[in-house]
Design a protein around this ligand. Structure first.
Ligand code: 13P
Length: 251
């Protein structure tokens, strides 16, 4: 059975005090969440060590939102995978569309980042997803297949056990527009088939594939009921403990 995950990507939101309050709010309600659903929170870098302390002794996992593509040294402003592990992270998000779009994150960089994440014992939440124009052109399957093949196909089957894929259609992120359950299931099924064709059915069946993009308490249940949707990567709605927990309870 593959893991069910509900992960909160806080993006560039909250002060440390606000982030700690949010983490505490999630911890207080974690027992309401079904035991087979893993919660992950991804605060900004500056919050990681203090949020790690709040999460200690709970089943909630800590994630970063990105990591450097070099191991250490003269790379001003970067945070290494080793530092993230040291700060208490179990995961890092990589390849979020905002990183690809605004910070020039290429597949070549993602391959390097992914190797460093694994070397340092981090699992990776690897994001893929098409832009609105690409969906309108009907090339969304090609876009996602390319994002997967350029990065994930460089990995071994053993490394794939440490990868969670997040499908996040860019047109649904922060827009209030959610992919319909049918649209999401269609592409999640495609992602699993793509993984199966390369790695084999066993790896594909074991890979957790999350949906992201305006996922909220009101639509989570319908999305999570789809056979190839194994949870969510939540942005805006993860900034309220009650909403984040309500989404996780939708399973
Ligand atoms: P929203 O839930 O705010 O649409 O963001 C989704 C996302 O980008 C999570 O990584």
């Amino acid at each position: 059975m593959r893991k069910k995950i509900v992960a909160g990507n806080w993006k560039m939101n909250t002060t440390v005090a606000e982030g700690l309050a949010l983490a505490k709010g999630i911890v207080e309600k974690v027992e309401e969440v079904p035991a087979d659903v893993t919660l992950v929170v991804a605060p900004p870098f500056t919050h990681l060590t203090s949020v790690a302390q709040v999460l200690e002794g709970t089943p909630i996992q800590l994630s970063a939102q990105n990591c450097a593509d070099e191991p250490k040294g003269a790379f001003t402003g970067e945070v290494s995978a080793a530092m993230l592990k040291d700060a208490g992270c179990a995961y890092t998000i990589l390849g979020h569309s905002e990183r690809r779009e605004y910070y020039g994150e290429t597949s070549a960089k993602l391959v390097k980042k992914m190797a460093l994440a694994f070397e340092n014992g981090l699992d990776v939440i690897f994001c893929v997803g098409e832009k609105l124009a690409e969906r309108q052109e009907g090339i969304h399957f090609d876009v996602v297949a390319t994002q997967i093949s350029e990065v994930l196909f460089t990995l071994t089957a053993e490394q794939m056990a440490h990868v969670v894929v997040a499908y996040e259609p860019v047109w649904a992120i922060g827009t209030g527009v959610t992919a319909t359950a049918a649209q999401a299931q269609e592409i999640h099924g495609f992602i699993r088939n793509t993984l199966s064709a390369h790695f084999g059915e066993e790896v594909a069946e074991a890979t957790t594939i999350l949906y992201g993009g305006s996922c909220k308490p009101s639509n989570a249940q319908e999305l999570f009921a789809c056979p190839d949707i194994d949870g969510g990567l939540i942005g805006g709605a993860s900034l309220k403990a009650g909403d984040f927990i309500a989404i996780a309870k939708a399973y």
